[in-house]
Design a protein around this ligand. Structure first.
Ligand code: FES
Length: 367
Protein backbone atom coordinates (compact mmCIF):
# COMPACT_ATOMS: atom_id res chain seq x y z
CA UNK A 1 0.00 0.00 0.00
CA UNK A 2 1.29 3.50 0.75
CA UNK A 3 1.81 5.93 -2.07
CA UNK A 4 1.01 4.53 -5.48
CA UNK A 5 3.99 2.89 -7.16
CA UNK A 6 5.16 4.33 -10.48
CA UNK A 7 6.40 2.36 -13.49
CA UNK A 8 8.25 3.63 -16.56
CA UNK A 9 6.04 2.78 -19.55
CA UNK A 10 7.38 3.17 -23.12
CA UNK A 11 5.38 5.48 -25.38
CA UNK A 12 4.07 3.50 -28.34
CA UNK A 13 2.46 6.33 -30.32
CA UNK A 14 1.64 10.03 -30.25
CA UNK A 15 -1.23 11.51 -32.17
CA UNK A 16 -2.46 15.10 -32.21
CA UNK A 17 -6.21 14.97 -31.57
CA UNK A 18 -6.71 18.76 -31.81
CA UNK A 19 -4.21 21.67 -32.02
CA UNK A 20 -4.15 21.63 -28.18
CA UNK A 21 -4.53 17.96 -27.29
CA UNK A 22 -2.29 14.97 -27.76
CA UNK A 23 -3.22 11.30 -27.52
CA UNK A 24 -0.52 9.09 -26.01
CA UNK A 25 -0.54 5.30 -26.11
CA UNK A 26 1.73 3.10 -24.02
CA UNK A 27 3.25 -0.34 -24.30
CA UNK A 28 2.34 -2.31 -21.22
CA UNK A 29 4.83 -5.12 -20.46
CA UNK A 30 3.21 -8.50 -19.79
CA UNK A 31 4.37 -8.58 -16.15
CA UNK A 32 2.59 -5.29 -15.38
CA UNK A 33 -0.77 -6.31 -16.78
CA UNK A 34 -2.19 -7.57 -13.45
CA UNK A 35 -1.27 -4.29 -11.70
CA UNK A 36 -2.78 -2.24 -14.53
CA UNK A 37 -6.11 -4.04 -14.68
CA UNK A 38 -8.76 -1.30 -14.77
CA UNK A 39 -12.40 -0.36 -15.13
CA UNK A 40 -13.85 1.99 -17.73
CA UNK A 41 -13.77 5.54 -16.35
CA UNK A 42 -10.57 5.21 -14.29
CA UNK A 43 -7.49 7.40 -14.60
CA UNK A 44 -3.71 7.12 -14.48
CA UNK A 45 -1.41 9.27 -12.40
CA UNK A 46 1.45 10.52 -14.58
CA UNK A 47 4.66 11.77 -13.00
CA UNK A 48 6.80 14.17 -14.99
CA UNK A 49 9.93 16.16 -14.20
CA UNK A 50 9.41 19.72 -15.44
CA UNK A 51 12.20 22.27 -14.90
CA UNK A 52 13.57 20.11 -12.10
CA UNK A 53 10.23 19.76 -10.28
CA UNK A 54 8.59 16.35 -9.93
CA UNK A 55 4.91 16.89 -10.73
CA UNK A 56 1.98 14.48 -10.80
CA UNK A 57 -1.28 14.82 -12.70
CA UNK A 58 -4.26 12.55 -13.37
CA UNK A 59 -5.43 11.69 -16.87
CA UNK A 60 -8.35 9.43 -17.68
CA UNK A 61 -7.81 6.33 -19.77
CA UNK A 62 -9.60 6.45 -23.12
CA UNK A 63 -9.15 2.77 -24.00
CA UNK A 64 -11.71 0.18 -22.97
CA UNK A 65 -11.00 -2.80 -20.71
CA UNK A 66 -13.37 -4.80 -22.93
CA UNK A 67 -11.23 -4.33 -26.06
CA UNK A 68 -7.69 -5.29 -27.00
CA UNK A 69 -6.49 -1.69 -27.21
CA UNK A 70 -3.25 -0.14 -25.98
CA UNK A 71 -3.37 1.95 -22.83
CA UNK A 72 -4.16 5.49 -23.91
CA UNK A 73 -4.64 8.95 -22.47
CA UNK A 74 -5.38 12.26 -24.18
CA UNK A 75 -3.92 15.39 -22.64
CA UNK A 76 -5.22 18.86 -23.40
CA UNK A 77 -2.69 21.63 -22.99
CA UNK A 78 -3.96 23.99 -20.30
CA UNK A 79 -3.01 27.70 -20.30
CA UNK A 80 -0.76 27.43 -17.22
CA UNK A 81 -0.45 23.66 -17.14
CA UNK A 82 3.22 22.78 -16.70
CA UNK A 83 2.67 19.03 -17.06
CA UNK A 84 0.13 19.27 -19.89
CA UNK A 85 2.47 21.57 -21.83
CA UNK A 86 5.38 19.19 -21.26
CA UNK A 87 3.36 16.19 -22.43
CA UNK A 88 2.08 18.05 -25.49
CA UNK A 89 5.44 19.44 -26.57
CA UNK A 90 8.34 17.36 -25.31
CA UNK A 91 7.51 13.69 -25.84
CA UNK A 92 8.79 11.37 -28.56
CA UNK A 93 7.76 7.85 -29.46
CA UNK A 94 10.06 5.47 -27.54
CA UNK A 95 10.44 7.81 -24.52
CA UNK A 96 9.15 6.46 -21.24
CA UNK A 97 6.66 8.09 -18.89
CA UNK A 98 6.38 7.27 -15.20
CA UNK A 99 2.82 6.13 -14.58
CA UNK A 100 0.98 4.71 -11.56
CA UNK A 101 -1.64 1.97 -12.02
CA UNK A 102 -5.24 3.00 -12.71
CA UNK A 103 -7.42 4.29 -9.91
CA UNK A 104 -10.66 6.21 -9.56
CA UNK A 105 -14.25 5.82 -8.74
CA UNK A 106 -16.02 7.09 -11.88
CA UNK A 107 -16.89 3.55 -12.86
CA UNK A 108 -20.48 2.55 -13.64
CA UNK A 109 -21.10 -1.17 -13.30
CA UNK A 110 -21.06 -2.40 -16.90
CA UNK A 111 -22.25 -5.98 -17.43
CA UNK A 112 -23.79 -7.93 -20.31
CA UNK A 113 -27.36 -8.26 -19.02
CA UNK A 114 -27.82 -4.56 -18.23
CA UNK A 115 -30.55 -2.73 -20.15
CA UNK A 116 -29.65 0.86 -19.47
CA UNK A 117 -29.80 4.28 -21.13
CA UNK A 118 -26.52 6.06 -20.47
CA UNK A 119 -26.65 9.85 -20.73
CA UNK A 120 -23.14 11.24 -21.04
CA UNK A 121 -22.39 14.97 -20.66
CA UNK A 122 -18.87 16.07 -21.57
CA UNK A 123 -17.06 19.30 -22.29
CA UNK A 124 -13.50 19.60 -23.64
CA UNK A 125 -11.18 16.92 -22.28
CA UNK A 126 -14.02 15.67 -20.08
CA UNK A 127 -14.71 13.33 -23.00
CA UNK A 128 -11.75 11.10 -22.05
CA UNK A 129 -13.27 8.85 -19.33
CA UNK A 130 -16.62 8.98 -21.11
CA UNK A 131 -15.10 7.59 -24.32
CA UNK A 132 -13.80 4.58 -22.39
CA UNK A 133 -17.24 4.10 -20.80
CA UNK A 134 -19.05 4.56 -24.13
CA UNK A 135 -16.88 1.96 -25.88
CA UNK A 136 -17.24 -0.49 -23.01
CA UNK A 137 -21.03 -0.15 -22.81
CA UNK A 138 -21.44 -0.59 -26.56
CA UNK A 139 -19.12 -3.62 -26.54
CA UNK A 140 -20.45 -5.36 -23.43
CA UNK A 141 -24.15 -4.44 -23.10
CA UNK A 142 -26.07 -5.28 -26.31
CA UNK A 143 -29.37 -3.99 -24.90
CA UNK A 144 -28.09 -0.60 -23.71
CA UNK A 145 -28.01 2.76 -25.45
CA UNK A 146 -25.68 5.73 -25.11
CA UNK A 147 -26.67 9.40 -25.58
CA UNK A 148 -23.66 11.71 -25.62
CA UNK A 149 -23.90 15.51 -25.47
CA UNK A 150 -20.43 16.94 -26.01
CA UNK A 151 -19.50 20.63 -25.70
CA UNK A 152 -16.55 22.36 -27.40
CA UNK A 153 -15.62 25.73 -28.84
CA UNK A 154 -15.70 24.75 -32.53
CA UNK A 155 -15.31 21.86 -34.95
CA UNK A 156 -11.50 21.96 -34.73
CA UNK A 157 -11.46 21.55 -30.97
CA UNK A 158 -13.50 18.37 -30.69
CA UNK A 159 -11.15 16.01 -28.87
CA UNK A 160 -11.13 12.39 -30.12
CA UNK A 161 -13.56 13.38 -32.86
CA UNK A 162 -12.49 10.72 -35.34
CA UNK A 163 -12.80 7.90 -32.83
CA UNK A 164 -16.24 9.13 -31.73
CA UNK A 165 -17.36 9.23 -35.35
CA UNK A 166 -16.09 5.69 -35.90
CA UNK A 167 -18.13 4.45 -32.94
CA UNK A 168 -21.18 6.35 -34.19
CA UNK A 169 -20.82 4.70 -37.58
CA UNK A 170 -20.50 1.26 -36.02
CA UNK A 171 -23.49 1.66 -33.68
CA UNK A 172 -25.96 4.05 -35.37
CA UNK A 173 -28.90 2.55 -33.48
CA UNK A 174 -27.36 2.51 -30.02
CA UNK A 175 -25.16 5.61 -29.93
CA UNK A 176 -26.47 9.13 -30.34
CA UNK A 177 -23.68 11.69 -30.58
CA UNK A 178 -24.63 15.37 -30.40
CA UNK A 179 -22.25 18.30 -30.28
CA UNK A 180 -22.70 21.67 -28.61
CA UNK A 181 -20.37 24.22 -30.20
CA UNK A 182 -20.16 27.65 -28.60
CA UNK A 183 -18.40 29.30 -31.58
CA UNK A 184 -18.92 27.01 -34.59
CA UNK A 185 -16.84 27.91 -37.61
CA UNK A 186 -19.84 27.26 -39.86
CA UNK A 187 -22.28 29.11 -37.67
CA UNK A 188 -24.52 30.52 -40.38
CA UNK A 189 -24.41 27.45 -42.50
CA UNK A 190 -24.13 24.90 -39.73
CA UNK A 191 -27.43 23.14 -40.39
CA UNK A 192 -26.66 22.92 -44.13
CA UNK A 193 -23.13 21.81 -43.38
CA UNK A 194 -24.53 19.23 -41.05
CA UNK A 195 -26.94 17.93 -43.65
CA UNK A 196 -24.26 17.84 -46.26
CA UNK A 197 -21.41 16.21 -44.40
CA UNK A 198 -23.14 14.69 -41.36
CA UNK A 199 -19.82 15.20 -39.60
CA UNK A 200 -21.09 17.46 -36.86
CA UNK A 201 -24.60 17.12 -35.59
CA UNK A 202 -25.87 19.19 -32.73
CA UNK A 203 -26.57 22.70 -31.46
CA UNK A 204 -24.91 26.06 -31.23
CA UNK A 205 -24.19 27.22 -27.69
CA UNK A 206 -23.08 25.77 -24.40
CA UNK A 207 -24.46 22.89 -22.40
CA UNK A 208 -26.90 25.07 -20.48
CA UNK A 209 -30.39 24.62 -19.05
CA UNK A 210 -32.08 25.18 -22.41
CA UNK A 211 -29.93 22.61 -24.20
CA UNK A 212 -30.29 20.08 -21.39
CA UNK A 213 -34.09 20.45 -21.38
CA UNK A 214 -34.18 19.97 -25.13
CA UNK A 215 -31.83 16.98 -25.02
CA UNK A 216 -33.61 15.15 -22.20
CA UNK A 217 -37.08 15.80 -23.63
CA UNK A 218 -36.12 14.87 -27.16
CA UNK A 219 -34.31 11.66 -26.24
CA UNK A 220 -36.24 9.99 -23.43
CA UNK A 221 -34.95 6.67 -22.09
CA UNK A 222 -36.03 3.49 -23.85
CA UNK A 223 -34.74 1.09 -21.20
CA UNK A 224 -35.78 0.26 -17.61
CA UNK A 225 -32.68 1.90 -16.09
CA UNK A 226 -30.77 5.12 -16.65
CA UNK A 227 -27.32 6.30 -15.69
CA UNK A 228 -26.12 9.92 -15.99
CA UNK A 229 -22.40 10.64 -16.20
CA UNK A 230 -20.80 14.09 -16.25
CA UNK A 231 -17.20 15.17 -16.86
CA UNK A 232 -15.88 18.59 -17.81
CA UNK A 233 -14.91 21.91 -16.28
CA UNK A 234 -16.24 22.48 -12.78
CA UNK A 235 -18.85 25.12 -13.72
CA UNK A 236 -20.35 22.96 -16.47
CA UNK A 237 -20.41 19.92 -14.18
CA UNK A 238 -22.07 21.73 -11.31
CA UNK A 239 -24.76 23.30 -13.49
CA UNK A 240 -25.40 20.06 -15.35
CA UNK A 241 -25.70 18.16 -12.07
CA UNK A 242 -28.09 20.77 -10.62
CA UNK A 243 -30.20 20.62 -13.77
CA UNK A 244 -30.47 16.82 -13.65
CA UNK A 245 -31.50 16.96 -10.00
CA UNK A 246 -34.17 19.61 -10.79
CA UNK A 247 -35.33 17.32 -13.60
CA UNK A 248 -36.14 14.74 -10.91
CA UNK A 249 -33.18 12.44 -11.50
CA UNK A 250 -32.07 10.63 -8.35
CA UNK A 251 -28.66 11.34 -6.87
CA UNK A 252 -27.74 7.64 -7.03
CA UNK A 253 -28.15 7.65 -10.83
CA UNK A 254 -25.67 10.51 -11.39
CA UNK A 255 -21.89 10.21 -11.31
CA UNK A 256 -19.40 13.04 -11.72
CA UNK A 257 -15.67 13.06 -12.41
CA UNK A 258 -13.73 16.16 -11.41
CA UNK A 259 -10.76 15.72 -13.74
CA UNK A 260 -9.33 19.15 -12.94
CA UNK A 261 -7.32 20.03 -9.87
CA UNK A 262 -9.39 23.21 -9.47
CA UNK A 263 -11.21 21.24 -6.81
CA UNK A 264 -8.15 19.78 -5.16
CA UNK A 265 -7.38 20.67 -1.58
CA UNK A 266 -4.61 19.04 0.38
CA UNK A 267 -5.65 20.07 3.90
CA UNK A 268 -2.90 21.60 6.03
CA UNK A 269 -2.84 20.53 9.69
CA UNK A 270 -4.95 23.10 11.55
CA UNK A 271 -5.47 22.59 15.27
CA UNK A 272 -8.54 24.85 15.27
CA UNK A 273 -10.39 22.27 13.15
CA UNK A 274 -11.68 18.89 14.23
CA UNK A 275 -10.60 17.41 17.54
CA UNK A 276 -8.20 14.83 18.91
CA UNK A 277 -9.51 11.30 18.65
CA UNK A 278 -8.67 7.62 18.86
CA UNK A 279 -9.08 5.87 15.53
CA UNK A 280 -9.52 2.10 15.34
CA UNK A 281 -8.44 1.11 11.89
CA UNK A 282 -8.89 -2.20 10.11
CA UNK A 283 -6.46 -2.37 7.22
CA UNK A 284 -5.61 -5.43 5.16
CA UNK A 285 -6.81 -7.80 7.88
CA UNK A 286 -4.78 -6.06 10.63
CA UNK A 287 -6.10 -3.83 13.43
CA UNK A 288 -4.43 -0.57 14.44
CA UNK A 289 -5.22 1.95 17.16
CA UNK A 290 -4.08 5.44 16.24
CA UNK A 291 -4.22 8.70 18.18
CA UNK A 292 -5.09 11.75 16.04
CA UNK A 293 -4.06 15.22 17.13
CA UNK A 294 -6.63 17.99 16.73
CA UNK A 295 -6.52 19.38 13.19
CA UNK A 296 -4.88 16.34 11.58
CA UNK A 297 -6.60 14.39 8.85
CA UNK A 298 -6.78 10.65 9.35
CA UNK A 299 -4.26 10.14 6.55
CA UNK A 300 -1.81 12.63 8.07
CA UNK A 301 -1.94 10.76 11.38
CA UNK A 302 -1.41 7.41 9.68
CA UNK A 303 1.58 8.78 7.80
CA UNK A 304 3.04 10.31 10.99
CA UNK A 305 2.87 6.86 12.58
CA UNK A 306 4.20 5.08 9.48
CA UNK A 307 1.03 3.05 8.94
CA UNK A 308 1.13 1.83 5.34
CA UNK A 309 -2.29 3.14 4.26
CA UNK A 310 -3.18 3.66 0.57
CA UNK A 311 -3.07 7.18 -0.84
CA UNK A 312 -2.08 9.08 -3.94
CA UNK A 313 -3.25 12.65 -4.64
CA UNK A 314 -3.95 13.66 -1.00
CA UNK A 315 -6.39 16.14 -2.50
CA UNK A 316 -9.72 14.35 -2.60
CA UNK A 317 -9.51 13.62 -6.33
CA UNK A 318 -8.32 10.07 -6.89
CA UNK A 319 -10.32 8.04 -4.34
CA UNK A 320 -7.30 5.85 -3.47
CA UNK A 321 -7.67 6.56 0.28
CA UNK A 322 -11.34 5.56 0.47
CA UNK A 323 -12.46 3.93 3.72
CA UNK A 324 -15.69 2.87 5.42
CA UNK A 325 -16.68 4.82 8.50
CA UNK A 326 -18.04 2.18 10.90
CA UNK A 327 -18.43 4.36 14.02
CA UNK A 328 -17.98 7.99 15.03
CA UNK A 329 -18.14 11.15 12.94
CA UNK A 330 -15.76 12.95 10.63
CA UNK A 331 -15.87 16.12 8.62
CA UNK A 332 -14.46 16.05 5.08
CA UNK A 333 -12.99 19.21 3.61
CA UNK A 334 -14.53 18.04 0.34
CA UNK A 335 -15.02 14.80 -1.51
CA UNK A 336 -14.95 15.15 -5.31
CA UNK A 337 -13.96 11.45 -5.55
CA UNK A 338 -17.18 10.37 -3.80
CA UNK A 339 -20.77 11.04 -4.74
CA UNK A 340 -23.35 12.05 -2.15
CA UNK A 341 -24.81 8.54 -2.04
CA UNK A 342 -21.42 7.04 -1.20
CA UNK A 343 -20.98 9.59 1.57
CA UNK A 344 -24.44 8.76 2.87
CA UNK A 345 -23.46 5.08 2.81
CA UNK A 346 -20.53 5.87 5.12
CA UNK A 347 -17.60 6.13 2.72
CA UNK A 348 -14.92 8.68 3.54
CA UNK A 349 -11.66 9.92 2.06
CA UNK A 350 -8.98 9.66 4.73
CA UNK A 351 -6.96 12.50 3.19
CA UNK A 352 -9.88 14.89 3.67
CA UNK A 353 -11.34 13.68 6.99
CA UNK A 354 -10.89 15.26 10.40
CA UNK A 355 -12.64 13.77 13.44
CA UNK A 356 -15.74 15.29 15.00
CA UNK A 357 -15.99 12.63 17.72
CA UNK A 358 -13.37 11.27 20.10
CA UNK A 359 -13.73 7.64 18.95
CA UNK A 360 -13.74 6.60 15.32
CA UNK A 361 -13.72 3.20 13.70
CA UNK A 362 -12.88 2.75 10.01
CA UNK A 363 -12.18 -0.09 7.63
CA UNK A 364 -9.97 0.20 4.57
CA UNK A 365 -10.55 -2.29 1.82
CA UNK A 366 -8.31 -2.86 -1.15
CA UNK A 367 -10.03 -1.37 -4.21
S1 FES B 1 -5.39 10.28 -1.65
FE1 FES B 1 -6.55 10.81 -3.42
S2 FES B 1 -8.56 11.08 -2.61
FE2 FES B 1 -7.32 10.78 -0.85
Amino acid sequence: MGRAKFYALPIRSLHRSTPEAISITFDLPQQLQPAFRFKAGQHLCVEAVVDGDVLQRYYSLTNSPALAEPFAITVKQMPNGRVSRHLNQALKVGDTLRVAPPSGNFTPLIQPDNRCSYYLFAAGSGITPLLSILKTVLSVEPESRVYLLYGNRDENHIILHQELNDWQRRHPDRLLLLHCLSQPRFRRSWPAHRRKTRKVRGRVGRIDDGTLNWFLDRYPPTTPHCCYLICGPTGMMDSCYAHLRRHGIAERDIQREYFSLEHAIEPAPDSSLGQSAIVDLELDGRDYKVRLDAGETILQALQRLNVDAPFSCQAGICGTCRAELLAGQVQMVQHPALNDQQVEDGEILMCQSRPLSDQIRIRVRKH
